[in-house]
Ligand binder design. Sequence first.
Ligand code: ADP
Ligand code: MG
Length: 368
Amino acid sequence: MARITLDNLAHSYLPNPKGEEDFALKQLDHVWNDGEAYALLGASGCGKSTLLNIISGLLVPSRGRVLFGDRDVTRADTVERNIAQVFQFPVVYDTMTVGDNLAFPLRNRGMDAGFVAAQVQKIARMIGMEDVLHRKARGLTADAKQKISLGRGMVREDVNAILFDEPLTVIDPHMKWELRTQLKALHNEFGHTMIYVTHDQTEALTFADKVVVMHDGRVVQLGTPEDLFDTPEHTFVGYFIGSPGMNLLDAEVSGHMAHVAGHAVALGGSYKALTGRVQIGVRPEFVTLAEGDEGLPVTIRRIEDVGRHQILRADFAGTPINAILPEGARVPAGANRLKFQPERINVYADDWRVAPLRSVATPQKEAV
Ligand code: ADP
Ligand code: MG
C-alpha cells in the first residue's frame, strides 16, 4: 500500500492548450494518505474520471508527477502501479463463469489455488453471488455483471489502492446501500487506500472519512462531512452539499455586520475589508422565522413537507431563501421575515470563504 502524491499536476486533452479553460484538470497538489477511504465528489464533467485515470495510469498527465510513496510512477502502467479499478459499467468475461471472473485477478498473479478458492467464496458472499458461481457471466443482468466487476476490484488484498469510478450507477437502489456497506467493511478489514468517485453527495458522505470536492477541474475542498457542512470553503460546496444547499446572498460586509439590500444582518465574527463579489452563506438548517422588525423581509412561496422536516421556500428581493423547519412546526399566517443564526453564517469573497478575524461564537478562546 502507498501514500499517493499528486505534485503540480494538470491535464489537458488538447495537444496545445492555451488558457486555463483548455485544462480538464487545473493545477493540483494533493496527498492521499495511505489507508484512508476518500470520496471524490463533483458534478458531471468536473474532471473526476480524468483525475482517477491519472492515478491508475490509464492517462499520462500533461504536467506534473504522480508518486506512490517516494517512487515516481507518472509513466508507469496500471499493472506496475498495482492498482484495482472498478468502472461505471461492467467489465466481465462473458464466456467465463462468475467464479472464474472473480478468480481472474488472483490467478493472473499466480496465487495459490487454495487461497484463490477461499477468496472467491468470501467475495461472492459480500456481493451476494454465492449461488451463481458456476454460471457463465453471459446472460446475467447489467446489475449482476457490475457486482462481478466490483468483486474483481476487491478480490486482491495486496493492491496499493482500489479506485471506484461511480461503480453503483447501474446497481438497483436497494442493493446500493448494501454494497456500500460491504465496501466500508472491506476497508475496515484491510485498510486499503480507497478513492470512490461519485456525483451523489449521500454516497460520498456515507462512504468516506474524507471527501474531496471537485468543481470545474479543481479540488475546492478536502474535509470531513462535518467540515463540508459547517464551513464550506467555496460557494460550490455550500450549494452542492445539503438538501437544499446553502443560501447565498450578495452583501456588503463591514466588521461584524453584513448589509443585504440595505438590511443589517449580524455575523458571528468580525471581517477585514473585502473586495470582489462578497456574499454571505447560511444553510437552511440555521434559518428561522422572525417577528417584528427582526431579520429580512421575505415573501413565503410554499412549504414542502418532506417527512422528517419541512422546507420553507421564500423569496427575498428576487433571491431564493430556504429554511428547514421542524416537523409539525406551524407557520403563522402573515409570517414574512426570516433570520439567520449569526455564528452559522459564512462570508465569501469571489466564491472563496473568508475566515473571520475573531469569532464571537468562541469567546473562551479569547480568554486564554
Ligand atoms: P467527470 O468524470 O467528473 O464527469 P471527466 O474527467 O470525464 O469528468 O471530464 C472532464 C472534462 O474533460 C470534460 O469537459 C470532458 O468533456 C473532457 N474529457 C473527458 N475525457 C475526454 C477525452 N478522452 N477527450 C477529450 N476531452 C475529454
Ligand atoms: Mg466520470
